[in-house]
Design a protein around this ligand. Structure first.
Ligand code: NAP
Length: 256
């Protein structure tokens, strides 16, 4: 029996927020699966470091400084990817920003910033990349939302609302782009060991901390960025083409 490859033709992928945590793991996993990968991040140096790790492992990657709240920046980044690596037909919207504030103290500026990074950034990146997918007649979009969208979280009304918006956006876009050969799914991570999670713990917003939370997690461990990367890589494969508009939970059983 010959091994099954992920793709008939190696695609070019864009991973936003790929300079850190989950995004970096997704970028490396997509490369290992055979994609050329562009890493977009607010922190250009971090994006380049992820790209250098991929290149050192034998893959093709570039790191690009892109702020997903700036449409001109996104369009320039997508143009650069097209010129350097070919038309992007895999997009992982992973860049995210959390926040912990009492509902009555959330300012308009804070509300708008959380929505801009998590929700509008996802919309703008999809709109910038989808024409390449439509032209190719094939595409895979994975939007990283959050278990906060499913359960809600105190002090996170803005973040929970933005991520719930990503879920609704995913379901609507899946229906619109399905006839073009493009799937759109969302992974809501829960309790993944990244700089974001450790910052939350350090600021005292994770109850008794990571170790205590492990005790109430059905699989009895904290998630790793690679857990999300594995699910994401699966959803981008050719043979995942009948899966679209889905919420693909990866949370150790914490959110059922
Ligand atoms: P992380 O380590 O903080 O990584 C997030 C990355 O996104 C950082 O590199 C950050 O850059 C980048 N970013 C932030 N704003 C950006 C912008 N405007 N434009 C471009 N890049 C931007 O967090 P993570 O835990 O890996 O989170 C990845 C995704 O998973 C996020 O969408 C997050 O909401 C979601 N998530 C994570 C967990 C978890 O348990 N870790 C749970 C649920 C959902 P800077 O560092 O320069 O800001």
């Amino acid at each position: 029996m010959s091994p099954v490859s992920a793709w008939a033709h190696s695609p070019t992928a864009i991973v936003t927020g790929g300079g850190s945590g989950i995004g970096a793991a997704i970028a490396q996993r997509l490369s290992a699966q055979g994609a050329a990968v562009a890493i977009f991040d607010l922190d250009e140096a971090a994006a380049v470091i992820t790209a250098e790790k991929i290149t050192a492992a034998g893959g093709h990657a570039i790191g690009v400084g892109v702020d997903v709240t700036d449409r001109d920046d996104i369009d320039a980044g997508v143009d650069r990817v097209h010129r350097s690596l070919g038309p992007p037909t895999v997009l992982v919207n992973n860049a995210g920003l959390d926040g912990f504030e009492k509902f009555l103290t959330i300012t308009a500026q804070s509300w708008q910033r959380i929505l801009a990074v998590n929700l509008t950034g996802t919309f703008d990146c999809c709109q910038a990349v989808a024409p390449h997918m439509i032209e190719a007649g094939w595409g895979r979009i994975v939007n990283i939302s959050s278990s906060s969208a499913q359960t809600g979280n105190p002090l996170m009304t803005h973040y929970s609302a933005a991520k719930a918006g990503v879920v609704g956006f995913t379901k609507a876009l899946a229906q619109e782009l399905g006839p073009r050969g493009i799937t759109v799914n969302t992974i809501p991570p829960g309790f993944i060991d990244t700089p974001m999670l450790r910052r939350t713990e350090d600021r005292g917003f994770l109850g008794l901390g990571v170790d205590a939370a492990v005790a109430t997690t059905p699989v009895r461990r904290v998630g790793q960025p690679e857990d999300i990367a594995a699910a994401c890589a699966f959803l981008t494969r050719d043979d995942a083409g009948y899966i679209t508009g889905q919420i693909f939970g990866v949370n150790g059983g914490r959110t059922l």
